[in-house]
Design a protein. Sequence first.
Length: 316
Amino acid sequence: MVLGVALSDDRWRLVTTRPLPTSNPYELLDPAYRPLPFTKEELEKAVCQAVPGTEIYEIMWGDAFSINSRVAESFQLGNGFLCGDAAHLSPPIAYQGLNVGVQDAMNLSWKLARVVRGTAYSSLLETYQAERKPIDEIIVRNTSRGYKELVEAKPQGLTHWLLKNVLPRIFGLKSVGRHLSKAISMTSQKYPHSETHMTLTGPAMMPKAVEPGSRAPDARIGLLRENRVSFQGRLHQLYASPHFTLLLTARIPDPKPPSNNGLICGCCDICMDGANMYSGTYPQAADSAMGRCLLQMVRLADDVVRRLGGPKSEPK
């Protein structure tokens, strides 16, 4: 297999594969193992198999890169932490290694910063490996699966035929496309459930609620200031900066009669009878319930700000 990218009329970037120089697979696992540098003749021979008669005049830069598939046994030892390629290596498919490396750094950096500043216990750092290692192992396993067959696929072989005739049809299915999109973008990943999550959040209050470790939901939002919308966007825009985001929601009574017998505010466990809401006492009941709900939200937000500090910026 040879991949060629034209940089100019007479300059090309070439990427190819070559057989391993050793028959001992355990030698490749030795950290001291380094692939032998390739020669001009070796590269020219590989290119000529794809384009007969090709001549290479000069190699301006070259390097031999060995494909690895492994995960460190531990991401932490004392005050030392492994992150990115130091913690895991996988075949270069869809930039998955880069993505998980960045997420490793994000997960570790905010925890390390809070411990160094004395605003969190050092035990918080133990959650880094607990959260990231299972995710990294999945990525390494998925990118390694079938990579050898893909690279070694022969033009007339079954693997090549499947890649050419069957795989495009499978990828054309909308359900498969959605699944692959989430898998490659890593937006469907979530950290494994742990006792730490239960201690911090308690049991789920509502079925199908967002669980700790899952990706935060997105929605269109508008920010009201003095009865006018001063900001329109999405929740993910507010999440984007490296800061804590406290999102509180309240269920506002619909002016139309409800289809059920009551209305439950998911924020403060206040239940209002549907029949009373549309009787003469509805305005007082609704105002009282919403008032108590909003008051609890303000108190909760105030407590969080005192513990973690106030925001340094807000939507413009």
